[in-house]
Write a protein that binds this ligand. Sequence first.
Ligand SMILES: [Zn+2]
Ligand SMILES: [Zn+2]
Length: 206
Amino acid sequence: MNKFERAELEHVLDKAFAFHGKPCGGTVIGVRMAMLGLKLIGITDPKGAQRKDVMAVAENDRCSVDAIQHVTGCRVSARALKLKDYGKVAATFVNLKTGKAVRIVCPEETREIVEKYKPEEGEKKERTIAGYKNIPLNELFYAQEVKVEFDENDFPGHAKVRLKCDQCGEWVSDHREHEVDGKLLCIHCAEGGYYDVVKDRIALPA
Ligand SMILES: [Zn+2]
Ligand SMILES: [Zn+2]
């Protein structure tokens, strides 16, 4: 990393830490991962002229997600940032114009390798942050060129389809329903879900 790249990293990190709410090693990893990813897929202006050309998939739901969102401008709410919680420190960056996609992984070995890039002195957290700034990209990550095919119902933009669940009566967008024995069911009714209804239609303030 030359001194201009270092200055750019520091500049982006300052804002990413603010967005994340605190400085941390995970944010450094996420920022460096996203900056590298954009570079490898040929995106130089992700929040301007190329804002509709990029999508990202994050493989965990921790600190690096905020960093990826900050650097790429891809947001979950805009459907441009997907969360696939594989519990891995990895993410994929896709150039929708060219189809070029790169998956970047921070492997387990990095935890050891980074030790030699940490300063001797200082608090643990400061040393960790410095270590992840200093470690060369090719020791921090490995990368794969990949092919990503998003489902047509996963792209940014308005929902094209909305259907009513035959069991609970709630509406489902983007073909997230399942067909079971000829009925259209929402995911909760089809598979069970993260909640059980204890009491329905509880009283609400006006
Ligand atoms: Zn964090
Ligand atoms: Zn349902």
